[in-house]
Design a protein around this ligand. Structure first.
Ligand SMILES: [Zn+2]
Length: 115
């Protein structure tokens, strides 16, 4: 039996089915118990906060994004592959040239549409 990570902290990423988006995607942990068990998670795409349901996660990652290109203009929901951080999904466009990307561990802010 494989040992899964059991202690989490706010800001960690977990995969869970989002009923609003109707797809499984990375969620951000928004609250944990004293022993590090997740109680609530937030979907970065639709901002819905839901109760974490242990056991519904999977490591399956079907989507593979094209290599990250800072000169490219991204849209929310696009996937990319960063040379350092790996697979990511654009969760929000912050400014015309800044975006939040959800990577395997957490959200990072990247630039885009940079000429
Ligand atoms: Zn959602």
């Amino acid at each position: 039996m494989e040992e899964a990570k059991t202690v989490f902290k706010v800001g960690d990423r977990v995969d869970q089915m989002c009923l609003t988006c109707n797809e499984e995607r990375g969620h951000i942990v928004v609250s944990v118990t004293k022993v590090g068990r997740i109680t609530r998670v937030s979907c970065p795409m639709c901002d819905s906060r839901v109760t974490y349901r242990a056991g519904t996660t999977s490591r399956a990652s079907a989507k593979v994004g094209a290599p990250y290109d800072r000169g490219r203009t991204y849209r929310k929901g696009q996937t990319l592959t960063h040379p350092t951080f790996g697979e990511g999904e654009v969760t929000a466009i912050i400014e015309p040239q800044k975006m939040d990307v959800l990577f395997a561990d957490r959200i990072r802010r990247l630039i885009h549409a940079h000429s």
